[in-house]
Design a protein around this ligand. Structure first.
Ligand SMILES: NC(=O)c1ccc[n+]([C@@H]2O[C@H](COP(=O)([O-])OP(=O)(O)OC[C@H]3O[C@@H](n4cnc5c(N)ncnc54)[C@H](O)[C@@H]3O)[C@@H](O)[C@H]2O)c1
Length: 333
């Protein structure tokens, strides 16, 4: 356990692509000590150990729970997030979990309940909140500079789908592009407007060009969702895998107000480089540009909070259930 003045001791559960990326970011930040690594793939655990040479390599969450850690970063396939996060929280650890926290609002609620009961910090890697571009747009929207902001349009199209088989199995992933990419968009939209009650959600969901009616258990590759918030604001979002986008990806979050607009968008189809612009009628002004090394910032912010404020529960975790409930409603379940 963390003694006064020392770094929090954290473990990593799941060290595939994103787990190793976030591990590197936390290592470089020096906000925490990476004390242990657990992955069912020996190869991925060994790769991760190269990034944190002092870390013990163990074989399971059970083993991590016996190591007197302060916290765990969970970056396993999505189906495991709920059960692993609940066990870690019940074992007294703070948690940083990859999105989605659960495959449904019921799963997300179970994790938040466990965090509240254990009084432990729980955060999810909604990494786009931490890009410089989104931060600038957020400031404009919430400072009143754009007047009354009443509408948002968000898109996340990937011209390719995930490269791991489990993403295409609804039992393992919880859903397709809406769960994978749309969860970022739902989080961003609600976060910008301070998580008001959502009055209505409607959607059109497709798989290989065929409309899916109601919850089918099929993994979708195109989704359009419309939301009306209790404060009257309107949100439209669209996301896809494998669509002919003419480039690798189209990622945008635009906000419209009575005195102007602002938009965050990717550059030349990149998944990493973004600009942000402020609009006045037909004129636009660039307010953020690449380079911006944003990918690990949510993880580092969690580790810093852990170091400075300790492991206590943060009420903002309730937002995670609201995001999951919108996705449930869009799936018609
Ligand atoms: N925040 C983001 O922007 C973002 C980006 C990419 C991926 N993700 C999320 O991260 C998660 C992982 O995605 P990925 O692309 O890194 O997948 P991945 O398949 O590359 O990595 C998953 C790792 O978990 C390990 N694993 C599986 N079951 C385990 C278990 N029971 N115990 C320990 N280890 C186990 C696997 O061996 C693998 O190393 C997904 O939920 C995905 O949605 C989030």
């Amino acid at each position: 356990m963390k003694k006064k003045g020392t770094l929090p001791r954290i473990g990593f559960l799941g060290t595939g692509w994103i787990g190793r990326h976030r591990m590197q970011a936390i290592c470089q930040s020096k906000e925490a000590e990476i004390a242990a690594i657990a992955d069912i793939s020996g190869e991925n655990a060994r790769e991760a150990a190269k990034l944190a040479p002092g870390a013990a390599v163990v074989d399971s969450l059970d083993a991590l729970l016996e190591m007197e850690l302060d916290a765990v970063v969970i970056a396993t396939p999505s189906a495991s997030h709920c059960s692993q996060a609940v066990r870690a929280l019940e074992g007294g650890l703070a948690v940083f979990c990859q999105k989605p926290l659960g495959r449904s609002a019921q799963e997300a609620q179970a994790v938040v309940n466990a965090a509240r009961a254990a009084n432990r910090l729980l955060c999810v890697d909604f990494s786009y909140r931490f890009t410089s571009g989104i931060q600038k747009v957020y400031q404009l929207v919430n400072s009143g500079d754009l007047g009354e902001v009443y509408a948002a349009d968000l898109v996340f199209h990937n011209a390719y789908g995930p490269d791991k088989a489990w993403f295409y199995d609804a039992e393992l992933s919880g859903g397709g592009c809406l769960m994978d990419l749309g969860s970022h968009l739902v989080d961003l939209a609600l976060w910008f407007f301070d998580f008001p009650e959502v009055r209505s959600v409607s959607s059109s969901i497709f798989s290989a060009g065929k409309r899916l009616k109601g919850y089918s258990g099929k993994v979708e590759d195109y989704a359009v969702v419309s939301m009306v918030l209790a404060n009257g604001k309107s949100i439209r979002l669209a996301c896809s895998w494998n669509v002919s986008a003419g480039r690798d990806a189209v990622i945008e979050s635009s906000f419209y107000g009575t005195a102007g607009g602002a938009s965050f968008k990717n550059v030349n189809g990149s998944c990493y480089d973004f600009v942000a612009e402020r609009f006045r009628g037909t004129a636009s002004e660039t307010i953020a540009e690449p380079p911006d090394d944003w990918g690990g910032r949510a993880a580092v912010a969690w580790a810093r909070k852990l170091r400075l404020e300790g492991r206590c529960f943060d009420e903002s975790a309730d937002q995670l259930v609201q995001v999951a409930a919108v996705i449930d409603a869009a799936y018609g379940r």
